[in-house]
Design a protein around this ligand. Structure first.
Ligand code: ADP
Ligand code: DP6
Length: 326
């Protein structure tokens, strides 16, 4: 009744932004990501008849009621699947900053899904595991696989056709991601809250949906041909469109800080000088820069000169979920 799993974070090149079903976590649009080697979560789940409730320990500290409640809501889905009626102790370590735009929810729920289904005695395919992880946090369904991954939004109201699919394995194209930390603060507007507000109130949301589908097709074509310029232009344009939707919400919000803009401008300036790279930003102020191995060091050196840059984490493409012997 005990299992431990490791899952890596992923960074979306074509963003998931907006749900059509809040309970099952079904997205409005398909998305595409790369899994990162550098950031990951390890989670141990023990189901135990002696426990009077679920317990959640994150980074060696017992989580508050709100966070534990989220874990219970997720474990309830696993308990229903496994026809199990006992509580669990969940111990998780994030080797990634939590709630700071580095996708801890993706690695967190992918690791929790993998550990909890195994501890509950279920034997699922990776596709089924991806569907379970999706119900914890949408982006987590992509972290089940390594390499380049598409989350197909599906059409069915019950979510049976909404899951991640690997499209290119981790060793087939050596891209690098520089995760640029400009602040350690946790974010003000969680992705979940931000995307809901966007779907409900932003007049730009329909434009986002129309563009995201065609950008996804272009990105897949670029990946099939290992066409870095096309992939880069597409992912940067997609990130800008996602963030544009937040400016139109009621009340409006934005994830960028002035530091974020300075990094974006530096990438554009370096690109104009022939150092090709592209930026993307998730639900937080930190910036991820996608580049090729031959320019990674020079880019990193140039970005480190900026006063606003606190840390640069150099990432390669990483693996899917795995189990750890305990
Ligand atoms: P991030 O950019 O880090 O993904 P989000 O706001 O999307 O930020 O998600 C952060 C939330 O994900 C946390 O508040 C917590 O509820 C959840 N989370 C983070 N790490 C874990 C973990 N290891 N196990 C379970 N849930 C986690
Ligand atoms: C901007 O997967 O964290 O990073 O499904 O509500 O848990 P929930 O949201 P989450 O949102 C990720 C949003 C994003 C884009 C992406 O990763 O595709």
């Amino acid at each position: 009744m005990k299992a431990k799993a490791r899952a890596h974070t992923n960074i979306a090149l074509i963003k998931y932004w907006g749900k059509r079903d809040e309970e099952l976590i079904l997205p409005m649009n398909s998305s595409l990501s790369i899994t990162l080697d550098r950031f990951f979560t390890e989670t141990t789940v023990s189901f135990d008849q002696q426990l009077d409730r679920d317990y959640f320990w994150l980074n060696n500290q017992e989580a508050d009621q709100l966070e534990t409640g989220k874990i219970t809501a997720f474990l309830n889905k696993v308990r229903t699947l496994a026809k199990l009626n006992c509580f669990a102790k969940v111990e998780s370590i994030n080797h990634v900053p939590t709630a700071a735009g580095f996708a801890s929810s993706a690695s967190g729920y992918a690791a929790l899904a993998a550990a909890s289904v195994k501890a509950a005695g279920l034997s699922l395919s990776l596709r089924e595991l991806s569907q379970v992880a999706r119900q914890g946090s949408g982006s987590a369904c992509r972290s089940i696989y390594g390499g380049f991954v598409e989350w197909q939004k599906g059409e069915n109201p019950d979510g049976t056709d909404s899951y991640a699919v690997p499209i290119l394995d981790q060793d087939s194209w050596d891209l690098r991601v520089l995760s640029i930390e400009v602040t350690k603060e946790t974010k003000q507007v969680l992705s979940r809250v931000g995307m809901k507000q966007t779907v409900e109130t932003s007049p730009f949301y329909q434009g986002w949906l129309a563009a995201a589908e065609s950008e996804l097709r272009t990105a897949k074509q670029a990946i099939a041909n290992c066409d870095f310029s096309l992939l880069g232009q597409t992912l940067e344009a997609n990130a800008l469109k996602m963030h544009a939707t937040t400016l139109g919400t009621d009340p409006p919000f934005r994830y960028w800080k002035s530091e974020t803009m300075q990094v974006m401008e530096e990438i554009e300036a370096l690109r104009a000088q022939g150092l090709e790279s592209y930026f993307t930003i998730d639900a937080g102020p930190n910036v991820k820069v996608v580049c090729q191995p031959e320019t990674e060091q020079e880019l990193s050196k140039a970005l480190a000169q900026l006063k606003v840059v606190q840390n640069i984490y150099s990432c390669r493409i990483g693996p899917g979920v795995s189990y750890i012997a305990i």
